[in-house]
Design a protein around this ligand. Structure first.
Ligand code: NDP
Length: 291
């Protein structure tokens, strides 16, 4: 972790606060919210991520079940399971772990998840609601970043925000959330000429490009808040490699506040997934009361 003049926007306390809120709100519901985790095949990273999500769910007092399907699963089998989970009133949220094995198309699977149970927030009904400023389930990493900023008291309303990266998973939905929170938002990407000129305008700079140390200190406005979403493995002399962000460590000498990598945005994503499961359960409960 970089130690400089910038205030460190640490992820673990913000994630713990979000998990506490999820626990508290889940406790107010008549039934324990349930997260269905769908995994196909034995990709080691997916096995580990799904196990981690189930473990965290239990810590917060949510129930979960891992639906581990074999590598031989067909598209029809996968869609049939999602239909079954959509129809099951005991299931609050459904997460289809990506990547799927190469013979399966993720798009129809993500579309098949009912928007009310779409705890990943990636269904077009939810992304459309986000861009129109309507209620809906929000993608976990961007919503987790907003929670991180709120936890550390970083203002968003009225600030000049620049997001680097326009993926459907991070950059685009984050731009929508910042806009909904009344920031003035610029979205930069691989075809943006003179990236530094754009990033230097930012009071709040959020970088999700997946390029180690893309943002150098000279690209940062002095005193700006910098959120580093990137997770890049770079080689080390001992051959083990280490994780580093999209922002050069020297940024700590220029920025007013900075998220570390690791230990910044990372812990927020799973915490927000569990919060989304509780939000989905709350909405389904309210729907039952009003229907
Ligand atoms: P993608 O590869 O899907 O998107 C990267 C985006 O960055 C693209 O829009 C691309 O532009 C843009 N980009 C790449 N290089 C440059 C450049 N030189 N200048 C300007 N823009 C550039 O990545 P993700 O959004 O999925 O992830 C981004 C990073 O965040 C990764 O390191 C990933 O590991 C990390 N991540 C971390 C999470 C966490 O929990 N902490 C969760 C999710 C992701 P273009 O569209 O033009 O190609």
């Amino acid at each position: 972790m970089t130690q400089g003049t910038a205030r460190v926007l640490s992820g673990p306390p913000a994630a713990a606060a979000l998990l506490d809120e999820a626990r508290r709100r889940a406790g107010r519901l008549p039934a324990v919210p349930h997260l269905a985790l769908v995994r196909v095949g034995e990709d080691p990273a997916s096995v580990s991520y799904v196990r981690g999500k189930a473990k965290k769910a239990a810590e917060v007092g949510l129930s979960s079940h891992v639906h581990a399907l074999p590598d031989t699963t067909t598209q029809a089998d996968l869609l049939a399971l999602i239909d079954q989970l959509n129809a099951d009133p005991a299931v609050s949220g459904i997460l289809v772990q990506l990547p799927l094995p190469a013979h399966l198309d993720p798009a129809p699977a993500l579309l098949a998840v009912h928007p009310a149970k779409d705890v990943d927030g990636l269904h077009p009904a939810n992304t459309g609601a986000l861009w129109n400023g309507h209620p809906g389930l929000r993608p976990c990493t961007p919503a987790g970043i907003m929670a991180l900023l709120a936890h550390h008291g970083v203002p968003v309303r009225g600030v000049r925000a620049v997001v680097v990266g326009r993926s459907a998973l991070v950059g685009r939905p984050l731009a929508g959330l910042l806009l909904n929170a009344d920031a003035t938002v610029t979205l930069a990407h691989g075809a943006t000429p003179d990236l530094g000129q754009v990033t230097r305008e930012a009071d709040l700079l959020i970088v999700a490009a997946g390029q180690a140390h893309l943002i150098t200190p000279d690209m940062i406005k002095p005193g700006a808040t910098v959120v580093d979403v990137g997770i890049n493995r770079v080689p080390t002399e001992d051959g083990k490699g280490r994780l580093t962000g999209d922002v050069h460590p020297g940024a700590a000498q220029v920025a007013g506040a900075l998220t570390p990598v690791p230990g910044g945005v990372g812990p927020m994503t799973v915490a927000q997934l569990l919060m989304n499961t509780v939000i989905a359960a709350e909405r389904q409960h309210d729907q039952l009361l009003t229907s």
